[in-house]
Design a protein around this ligand. Structure first.
Ligand SMILES: CC(C)=CCC/C(C)=C/CC/C(C)=C/COP(=O)(O)O
Length: 295
């Protein structure tokens, strides 16, 4: 007598009012196992059956495990499992589109990951890519902005830099929250040799470097008066930094694309909540008290 296993919903397989008999699809017999549960409802770590189902998620494997093809115990008349236990054979258009996008994403990211290791096709460019990585890292940007803000001798400059600092902190927070919620693993070909990371940085969605690149470049273009060639250079830096994340194997393409989008939108939020002596006078009064004694 097999011990009842639990479904994702927490109900034991084979215990639902005649919905599961030996040899029927929902039955958990070890020889001809086939769980009629939607793969879409499998969440990592929710159920060991789910984990097995994911591990054997190839058409060949699935065909081999179909109960009617097994030489298990005598087959009883097939009884249909309840609706919620049946595999969704009619996925929505959105489901198919998402799965296709993910498949393309993984394929393209692997193709573009040409600097993922020293022995990769473009392994010799890896040091340059890692230099770019540092140019978009959170620590130099935070420390650099703080330093310039403390050294600035104009109120307009301090105001802009204070808002840049606010934007950088907001960006770090938002990316950490999304990474923690989505928990998408970094590509398998990535080497985890990044400079100064925190725990959520083991996840890849969205790319923190891409959000920062989009946010900072939009910020610079709006608040610094730059000659056209320099403006082009800023945009180019953001783009190449994003591309380098995929080339280094740190991210999939969608992590970077969403990162760019998020960083771009984040700038709009920062611009909307712009900190100034008019809307947060206390911040600037405090600042004034700290700065004036040295004058
Ligand atoms: C103040 C504070 C909490 C600073 C933390 C700065 C920090 C550790 C930033 C992490 C930067 C980083 C390595 C992000 C990962 O970027 P991805 O592009 O790989 O997502």
């Amino acid at each position: 007598m097999p011990s009842p296993r639990r479904t994702i919903e927490g109900r034991p397989l084979g215990s639902s009012g005649g919905s599961s008999v030996p040899g029927s699809p929902a039955h958990g017999a070890s020889g001809g196992r086939f769980e009629f549960q939607s793969l879409l409802s499998c969440r990592p770590g929710t159920d060991s059956a789910c984990a097995r189902l994911r591990a054997s998620d190839s058409p060949v494997h699935r065909r081999g495990s179909f109960p009617l093809a097994s030489s298990g115990p005598a087959q009883a008349a097939p009884t249909l499992p309840p609706e919620e236990d049946r595999m969704n054979l009619n996925p929505s258009f959105l489901g198919i589109a998402l799965r296709s996008l993910l498949a393309i994403d993984l394929w393209l990211s692997k193709k573009l990951g040409v600097c993922a290791g020293e022995s990769s096709a473009w392994g010799s460019v890896r040091p340059l890519m890692k230099l770019l990585e540092i140019s978009g890292h959170g620590i130099p940007w935070l420390l650099g902005t703080l330093y310039c803000m403390l050294r600035s001798d104009s109120w307009a400059g301090r105001e802009v830099l204070m808002n840049l600092l606010f934007a950088l902190l907001l960006d770090l927070l938002l990316v950490a929250v999304i990474k923690g919620l989505v928990r998408r693993r970094r590509p398998a070909h990535n080497q985890m040799d990044m400079f100064f990371t925190v725990s959520v940085d083991k996840y890849s969605f969205p790319s923190g470097h891409a959000t920062r690149a989009a946010l900072v470049s939009r910020f610079i273009l709006k608040h610094l008066v730059l000659a056209i060639p320099l403006r082009v250079l800023v945009v180019l830096w953001a783009f190449v930094l994003g591309l380098s994340r995929v080339m280094l194997g740190r991210h999939n393409v969608t992590d970077v694309a969403f990162g760019f989008f998020l960083g771009y939108m984040l700038y709009s939020i920062v611009d909307y909540c712009w900190l100034s002596p008019h809307n947060v006078p206390v911040l600037f009064v405090l600042w004034n008290h700290q700065v004036t004694p040295s004058h």
